[in-house]
Design a protein around this ligand. Structure first.
Ligand code: NI
Length: 170
């Protein structure tokens, strides 16, 4: 397994829509392993493939606590097929926007359809933090970031700050 460099705001890759995974082959399995390794190293609870520069509809999630056993999940071509009317608010962050957090409101419950590493289609209901995390990561597959769900004023400030940092280090 390899820890891959993370793509950071304002890299235009983050605005690119990812393409579907066509077959669950060795390359996809290797990427899933690398994504998990990268996510654990960061550390983070969710990662989309585009965040390591691979424009594929793939995400990894692990919501287990620090002292719990690891519970890695891999979702290929995930699609939200139903959402609840009830909303919930979580403070979100993103490995591509380090050290910035903001409250985002999203549907509290979703029904998800996805391809597993087993090559089978699955349907799963998710609520609470898992539902939020899945929606955040699926947004990445469509070039959407959590800062798109906050006010334009706040978003412009964040983008400006990260653009300045990128200019300095580039
Ligand atoms: Ni993110």
């Amino acid at each position: 397994m390899t820890i891959k460099p993370l793509i950071i705001l304002p890299d235009p890759l983050l605005r690119q829509a990812s393409r579907p995974v066509e077959t669950v082959d060795a390359a996809v399995r290797k990427l899933a392993d690398d994504m998990l390794e990268t996510m654990y190293d960061a550390p983070g609870i969710g990662l989309a493939a585009i965040q390591v520069g691979e424009p594929l509809r793939m995400l990894t999630i692990d919501l287990s606590g620090e002292d719990d056993e690891k519970a890695p999940r891999v979702f290929l071509n995930p699609e939200v097929v139903a959402t609840s009317d009830a909303l919930s608010v979580y403070e979100e962050g993103c490995l591509s926007i380090p050290d910035y957090y903001a409250e985002v409101e999203r549907p509290d419950a979703i029904t998800l359809r996805y391809l597993g590493l087993d090559g089978e289609m699955h349907e799963e209901a998710a609520t609470g933090l898992l539902a939020t995390c899945l929606q955040h990561e699926i947004d990445h597959l469509n070039g959407i970031l959590f800062i798109d769900h906050i006010s334009k004023l706040k978003r412009d400030m964040v983008v400006k700050r990260f653009t300045k940092i990128a200019r300095k280090s580039g």
